[in-house]
Design a protein around this ligand. Sequence first.
Ligand SMILES: [Zn+2]
Ligand SMILES: [Zn+2]
Length: 346
Amino acid sequence: MMPRDKNSPGMRTVRVTRPKGAFALVEQSIPEPGPGHVRIKVEACGICHSDVVTKEALFPGIQYPRAPGHEVAGAIDAIGAGVAGWRTGQRVGLGWHGGHCGHCLSCRRGDFVTCQVAFQMPGVSYDGGYADYVIAPAGALAAIPDGLSSVEAAPLMCAGVTTFNPLRHSGARPGDLVAVLGIGGLGHLGVQFAAKMGFQTVAIARGEDKRPLALELGAHHYIDSQASDPAAELVKLGGARIVLATVTNAAAMSSVLGGLGVDGKLIIVGVPAEPLEVPIVPLVFGRRAIVGWPSGSSIDSQETLAFAAHSGVRPMTEVFPLERAAEGYERMMSGKARFRVVLTTG
Ligand SMILES: [Zn+2]
Ligand SMILES: [Zn+2]
């Protein structure tokens, strides 16, 4: 850690030093929020697989050094000029939707998450939540309800809204058969949300060992995709209205397409590198569809938090202190974390 002037208040930040570089814990002075921005005192920040974007320089134009982190939970600590509707001390989250231009066609329609001009992500566009403090646009804040701790709220700001939001907009109605493909960082939340929304919920994963967990999370059925054909099993259950694909494996997505019922829809939130192979005939003759879904905007995150608080949906977390961010990141990348790694500032 770098020394700093003992007379000025300081903060810790964990930054990626250069493209594909190592993490470094540094001390810096605490920044002031500019117009339209607030300062958040970070209490918890989830480590998301998408933080690989910053670590490995997967988006063009990222300025280094850069602190990752778009699953932030904390409290407003200072408010910049021109900010209305938020107060100091208020508990807030900051997620993947970290700002937008406000004037493009998407923004004029209120569809900020598809902003075409200046969509911002904390930890990519500006320093994110691997830190004691974060400066964020007020338009990107989500209020955290009392019923959620910061460690619980943080992963809901990305993994939570990414599963809650497409499910609630899916067109499925209570009692419909809804399958969640994959029980990991996203899927373990998707199964809980689907069950609490009143869907007949199916969890699909590899291996019989995941069955007890799937049922504990609220799934009514479990399909072991190694032991059986998941499409055939879904057909036996009547055909899925929705399959929410949280895995990052295109072949696994293809393998469930045959399990969609008439008017069934595969909703993709995991992003594989390889293309998806799709037989067209069942799409045409059963009005089946395949769509992607990009998380949600700050109000979607706020509604995710509220729904979780009311319904009892909670992320399963492994907690690391901020100074062990590099270790926490490796734990997340190993795929062994159950299921979200969260940094705390203590
Ligand atoms: Zn994320
Ligand atoms: Zn815009």
